[in-house]
Design a protein around this ligand. Structure first.
Ligand SMILES: N[C@@H](CCC(=O)N[C@@H](CS)C(=O)NCC(=O)O)C(=O)O
Length: 206
């Protein structure tokens, strides 16, 4: 029997969005629990790492967004069963983590002027290189996905690309993810055009 899944995060895309898309795409039953800051403060001490997201699996609380993403990918057929294909998928998930590690200091910077300067630097010295590297890996595959068929890697990278296109980073041009990355654009269009994901985005994008 399928486990009872409850995903808890804030009412923003953030680290939960690829997990939500993977759950929707694979048609799993799940609860999308979104907490206010105040509600988070109440449950924080009870969480494994004091952070969100967490996935309750039949009452067991699983932390760490990438672990949760791989887990729901495995449950829903979006994480390859072949070892090498799975490794290809995981390498791309790690590239998405690299992106977050590099962008996080600017994202969490409270001083607006300093934040603008930090994002300006990332827009010139980091993000284009990251995009070019991921584009190169996608160009080297035979289809439009990173592994043999659609996986959580494709979903993960598309959510990263969406943050760029949606202008989530103060001072990073929304045009930074442009037509000079044809494979990434094809992937993006394919994933956001998946009917279940498109319906989820239409329901939740503010
Ligand atoms: N490595 C963790 C990081 C989780 C994380 O940084 N969560 C943030 C939100 S994105 C959080 O809960 N922040 C509130 C806090 O740390 O008090 C993951 O990927 O799940």
């Amino acid at each position: 029997m399928a486990p009872k899944l409850v995903l808890t995060y804030f009412d923003i895309p953030g680290a939960a969005e690829p997990i939500r898309w993977a759950l929707e795409q694979s048609g799993q039953e799940w609860e999308d629990k979104r907490l206010t800051g105040e509600e988070f403060g109440v449950v924080k001490p009870s969480l494994p790492n004091g952070q969100l997201p967490v996935l309750e699996v039949d009452g067991y609380t699983l932390p760490q967004s990438m672990t949760i993403l791989r887990y729901v990918g495995k449950l829903g057929g979006l994480h390859p069963s072949d070892d090498l294909e799975a490794a290809k998928c995981d390498a791309v998930l790690d590239a998405a983590v690299d992106f977050y590690i590099n962008v996080r200091p600017a994202y969490t910077e409270k001083d607006q002027a300093k934040q603008l300067e930090m994002f300006g630097d990332l827009a010139v010295n980091y993000i284009p290189k990251w995009l070019a590297n991921v584009e190169k890996q996608l160009a080297a595959t035979e289809g439009i996905y990173f592994a043999e068929k659609m996986s959580v890697a494709d979903i993960m990278i598309t959510t990263r690309l969406k943050t760029l296109r949606d202008g989530n980073y103060n001072g990073v041009p929304t045009t930074i993810f442009d037509s000079s990355y044809p494979n990434l654009n094809a992937l993006y269009d394919s994933i956001v055009g998946e009917p279940k994901i498109a319906a989820f985005i239409a329901k939740h994008d503010k």
